[in-house]
Design a binder for this molecule. Sequence first.
Ligand SMILES: [Zn+2]
Length: 142
Amino acid sequence: MSTITTRCPHCLGMNRLPVDRIAESPNCGRCKSPLLDGAPIEGTSDNFSTLLNSEQPIVVDFWATWCNPCVGFAPVFQQVAEERQGDVRFIKIDTEAQQQLAAQFQIRSIPTIMVFKGGQRIDTINGHCRKLSLIYGSIRRS
Ligand SMILES: [Zn+2]
């Protein structure tokens, strides 16, 4: 039976799940919180390297509260996160609160979306929602 390994968004514990249990809203084996509740995870300098170390593709939204395009894009991000909660992990990083991460990934404009797989960055998209919808198309097809 094929399985996925996923980090709990609450306690960051590793969980190995049979793929056919994903639809059953499984809970974390460690803290019993919902593993796949569809909400993007808040990325911080404390948890981000741990979150990146995953078999699942990771989509990261670098944003800030003062950025209107970012705020406008948030519902789109949320919707795709809910659609793909079983196989893709979604992380939001507030570049104001997490300036160390913003510097590490050389974020010069927001929103910036980065896609990681196996800890490696495989794609970066800067700019507007229209362009961002393109990357969601490519994630949907992946
Ligand atoms: Zn947990």
